[in-house]
Design a protein around this ligand. Sequence first.
Ligand SMILES: C[S@@+](CC[C@H](N)C(=O)[O-])C[C@H]1O[C@@H](n2cnc3c(N)ncnc32)[C@H](O)[C@@H]1O
Length: 339
Amino acid sequence: MTALFAVTSRGLESICAREMARYGLTVGEIAYRRVHAQAQGNLRPLLALSTADDLFLEVSRWSGISHTRAALESLRGLAEELPVRPALAACAQLRPIDRNPAFSVTANFVGRRNYSSDEIKTALAAGIEAATGWTYSPDDRAAALNVRLFIEHTEALVGVRLAATPLHRRSYKQAQRPGSLKPTVAAAMLEVMGLQTGETLLDPCCGAGTILVEAARRGALVQGGDSDAEAVAAALANAENAGVIFPVERWDARSLPLADGSVECIACNLPWDRQVAIEGDDAAFYAQLCAEMERVLAPGGRIALLTNRSALLTFARLVCQEKFEISLFGQRPVIGVYR
Ligand SMILES: C[S@@+](CC[C@H](N)C(=O)[O-])C[C@H]1O[C@@H](n2cnc3c(N)ncnc32)[C@H](O)[C@@H]1O
């Protein structure tokens, strides 16, 4: 068994845990922005986890970390004992990596202490360098291996990043639009609605196409549109970057050129004022949009919507089955799943 933990955006922990379980992991503790799990066998498929910001091999847990500056020397000593070589061997099974890699250190802490995260990094880097002869790189992007330390009061957790880069970094996401979603949030919407390979999915207000690309990567048959020509162009550009093809049209989502009952799933990050203003009266806009989504949805279909205006979402037949409050753009919008 291999102990791992995923780091997530705030509010996505339980959704990421669900995806990890779907990948065959045995999920353990779910903490703030973190999900712990045990894996058996090949770790390579885990690099496709779509809702995790980052995934780490759990290499150590330390306790008794003091808030005084004396802790820096202890951390350096503890870092000398870290089992980073077995972690390197595990990473080397998934990706080419130097036997003596340049490594970076990331450190976060909760609770007051008399030293900074930069000083923690320096202490850890010195310990690892002394034990391995590897070279510390202050720039994570220039490093082949990342060591991550979380200190919560007197307890510490240490991980080594499994992939070469954080999982949330998607190379396809080059074109941006206001209000554009982080790909892990888009993926979380698809995870909670249980989108399956071969299902049809519509995003009627697709912006830069993040939901559409994530859905296409899950094997769905996707289509989308937006009232803004630049958003349509951005969605098509991101699709091309991702190597996926789907139709994107310029339209008004309140009057879609689609037949009744023609899509099995709808997922949409609605305009909700933060970065993208709602056209005209909010309640009227949402009511028209809901009626149109319900019209094009096939019987038994489902909808995942992200907005901070959930109270304005009204459907004739669909009911909200699950809600997840997340953190986004400094607000607390909700992902709602309607069936
Ligand atoms: C929050 S953004 C979507 C961002 C997208 N999920 C992404 O990741 O890039 C909302 C989108 O709704 C579009 N929109 C606003 N009113 C619309 C309407 N009546 N019909 C279609 N799209 C509309 C905006 O142009 C904007 O791109």
